[in-house]
Design a protein around this ligand. Structure first.
Ligand SMILES: *Cc1c(COP(=O)(O)O)cnc(C)c1O
Length: 420
């Protein structure tokens, strides 16, 4: 399979995307749950895997399994090529200038912690400020709180507007010469909001601040170009992108990564080791101590090739249309309130239903084979913005259909009619 040029930004006019093409490739979508076909509407938590990814993993372990960067034998070379091939694909997918700008991590959480521990320990000091949007997942809040405490810096929340967009006036007011870093997600996992990251980055740079973007929810849903956004760091998770769990990536601008001290010590990250003096490997290997998830990049490459084979713009357009359909359908249900109505949003529908606890809603839908999430979604501040501690969430992906949205709506109506 060839990788289409992801930097091509022409809208796929006329080249409509057909979700059935994607559905055919994803085996789990063809199982039943409680006697009904599975409707997987929990893509914000994780996505299902196409057979291309499953087969790439099986193929790697059946044919090329070896440790990498060591051992002068054929399998070590093959495994290294596959691992580095994954890096090149991720770099291309994100619009990085070079594969060396991409560090493999366990996922978004580890990528952000890496930056907080290394960049943060070197660049944060007493009185410095880290601006963190109130949309953020806990993994883009807590690492900053931990390093801020250690460095006597401050985490300052950027407030939201009523519709769940980031308050841009407040953001502009909060920026100052004390701001060292701005942490913002490219798409909220609760409200769906897609903030104007390029504009926010340009403004932050005027104050000399760095910008870290949490792209966990963005990259599966619309094309991203880190160079065009001009961000300093960009974090992603494979498993939200149709790839395996336990693998993700951190993009860093070359000059940002070059200024970061080592993180974990061990194999792979060194050049020479002696008790007198140890020297280190170059970026990105410097940040990849130990034996990593070697099959992870293999799966990530297969997932990215699969997604981009449909045309990423066409997929984004399809998901936006499906979001509109779902919003109109849910609006017709009495007592249902959707949280997060920013004009720019991905297909995430977090909602409350009067008289029904979110857990009860999820259980009810599960009986009909429909998987959604209930709870705080690891982003308590964004729910608190709406005075909630818990809500239900349906999150859509390229393989979801209008028919599945109809089933969601019918099941919710039945729950209302059940007299709760
Ligand atoms: C899922 C998610 C994360 C955390 O990703 P992990 O894969 O669990 O590390 C961070 N941010 C957002 C917006 C997410 O949706």
């Amino acid at each position: 399979m060839t990788t289409p040029d992801v930097r091509e930004r022409r809208p796929a006019r006329g080249a409509g995307f057909d979700p059935e093409r994607a559905r055919r490739d994803v085996p789990i979508l063809h199982r039943t749950v409680n006697g009904h076909p599975l409707a997987w509407l929990d893509n914000g938590a994780t996505t299902q895997k196409p057979r291309q990814v499953i087969e790439a993993l099986a193929g790697y372990y059946s044919h090329s399994n070896s440790n990498i960067h060591r051992g002068a034998h054929t399998l070590a070379r093959e495994a290294t090529e596959l691992y580095e091939g994954g890096r090149a694909t991720v770099a291309d997918f994100l619009g990085a200038s070079s594969p060396e700008d991409v560090v493999f991590t366990r996922g978004t959480t580890e990528a952000i912690n890496l930056v907080a521990r290394t960049w943060g320990s070197r660049n944060l000091g007493p009185g410095d400020e880290i601006l963190v949007s109130s949309l953020e997942h806990h993994s883009n809040i807590v690492p900053w709180q931990l390093i801020a405490k250690e460095r006597r810096a401050r985490v300052v929340p950027i407030p939201l507007l009523a519709d769940g967009a980031i308050d841009q006036d407040a953001f502009a007011d909060l920026l100052s010469c004390r701001t060292q870093l701005v942490a913002v997600s490219h798409a909220s996992n609760v409200l769906g909001t897609v903030p104007p990251v390029r504009e926010m980055t340009a403004l932050a740079h005027r104050y000399g601040a760095k910008v870290l973007v949490d792209g966990a929810q963005a990259v599966a849903h619309f094309p991203v170009d880190v160079q065009e956004l001009d961000v300093d760091f960009y974090a992603v998770s494979g498993h939200k992108l149709y790839a395996p769990t336990g693998i993700g990536a951190l993009y860093g601008k070359p000059e940002a990564l070059a200024g970061m001290p080592p993180w974990q010590g061990g194999g792979n990250m060194i050049d020479q080791v002696s008790f007198e003096r140890t020297t280190y490997a170059a970026v990105p290997h410097l940040f990849e101590a130990g034996t990593g998830h070697i099959s992870g990049p293999v799966g990530m490459k297969a997932a990215i090739d699969w997604l981009t084979s449909f045309g990423h713009e066409a997929v984004a357009a399809y998901e936006t249309e499906l979001l509109g359909y779902a919003q109109r359908a849910l609006a017709g249900i009495d007592g249902l309130e959707v949280l997060g109505t920013a004009p720019d949003k991905i297909a995430v529908l977090t909602f409350t239903l009067a008289g029904h606890d979110p857990m009860e809603i999820a259980d009810w839908l599960d009986q009909d084979g429909i998987a959604i999430r209930a709870g705080h979604h690891c982003a308590q501040p964004s729910l608190r913005h709406y005075g909630c501690t818990s809500a239900a969430r349906a999150s859509l992906a390229l393989y979801n259909t209008r028919e599945e949205v109809d089933r969601l709506v019918a099941s919710l109506r039945a729950l209302r009619a059940s007299g709760g």
